[in-house]
Design a protein around this ligand. Structure first.
Ligand code: FAD
Length: 304
């Protein structure tokens, strides 16, 4: 039995576990993979106070930091479901283990939806990117594509247009789904062009990096190619919230709804990081949110 169980070992989970244990709470952390998305990241230049680091190095440092404390770490574990039973939460793991805790902090992160076309996986980090805030500056003076005409794609295109030389926005449908104010702003920019009714079919590379994108004009069925230095895929973020979606409130996108202290609508269940409604999915934000959820769990247990 624990005071706090943290599910997730990314920036949010690591931070929540350290803040919990430093408050004297008996803490366990369950994760499939310590480091989370950070493990898939190459250069990180926006974790303030750390000029430059790389994903695997940061993940190792998270691990070392946790190891300084008596946190029970259970790695390579996947949570199947959670049941709220009076003042306890019962966590069921795949494989049959059951863990009982007073507070549960969900920090299971999210995955960017991929195009699932040839070349995409191969060139991640070598021209294929998912995070404009993270990777935008690498493309200064270059020509890039943004794939996806929803709010995130159009926001990314506007944001990147201020950094790069030229942006081409690709949308599958015949109109952009984003809010009209964003579309108007996008259309006012001189270095942006928009291609609608485009079905992206292949990321083209030279073996080392991305050199273009192949797509089908869905109206004429013609196959087209465009030369590019980078491709930002913005077709959705999928929160890893499936195992709690019947327990806590989530949005239609699957984000767990939290208040400004990381509390969900169920007392004793908190959430932090990319899996939540908190805007801007970034390492520094996930760490801050993990700390907040842990401090809220402590405060609530102290007052109980
Ligand atoms: P995650 O890092 O996603 O961690 C989730 C954790 O939950 C993992 O440990 C996972 O194994 C575990 N988990 C998930 N489901 C279960 C389950 N059912 N049971 C048990 N465990 C589970 N951000 C920046 O600030 N700067 C950057 O330069 C940057 N570059 C990026 C580059 C790439 C390629 C990617 C993919 C992301 C990048 N990001 C960057 C975003 C950043 O990585 C995320 O915002 C951050 O990792 C979110 O932290 P998190 O702890 O909420 O979730």
């Amino acid at each position: 039995e624990y005071d706090v169980v943290v599910v997730g070992g990314g920036p949010a989970g690591a931070s929540a576990a350290i803040y919990s244990v430093r408050k004297g709470l008996k803490t366990a952390m369950l994760a499939e993979r310590i480091g989370g998305q950070v493990q898939d990241t190459k250069g990180i230049e926006n974790l303030i106070g750390v000029k430059y680091t790389e994903g695997p190095q940061l993940a190792a440092q998270l691990n070392q930091h946790i190891a300084e404390y008596p946190v029970k770490v259970l790695e390579h574990r996947r949570v199947q479901n959670v049941i709220s039973e009076g003042k306890y939460k019962i966590v069921h793991l795949e494989g049959g283990e059951v863990i009982k805790t007073k507070a549960l902090i969900v920090a299971t992160g999210a995955k960017w939806r991929e195009l699932n076309i040839p070349g995409e996986k191969e060139y991640i980090g070598r021209g294929v990117a998912f995070c404009p805030h993270c990777d935008g500056p690498y493309y200064k003076g270059k020509k890039i594509a943004v794939v996806g005409g929803g709010n995130s794609g159009v926001e990314a295109a506007i944001d990147l247009a201020g950094i790069v030389k030229e942006v081409v926005l690709f949308e599958f449908n015949d109109t952009l789904k984003a809010d009209q104010v964003l579309v108007n702003k996008l259309k006012s920019l001189p270095n942006v062009s928009i291609v609608t009714e485009a079905r992206t079919s292949q990321v083209l590379g030279d073996g080392g990096k991305v050199i273009g994108l192949e797509y089908e004009n869905r109206k004429t069925k013609e196959m087209m190619k465009v030369d590019l230095d980078g491709i930002f895929v913005q077709i959705g973020l999928l929160p890893n919230s499936g195992f709690v979606k019947d327990v806590v409130e989530t949005t239609k996108f699957g984000e767990i709804v939290v208040d400004n202290k990381g509390r969900t609508n169920v007392p004793g269940i908190y959430a932090a990081g990319d899996v939540t409604t908190v805007p801007y999915k970034q390492i520094i934000i996930a760490m801050g949110e993990g700390a907040k959820a842990a401090l809220a769990a402590f405060e609530d247990q102290m007052l109980a």
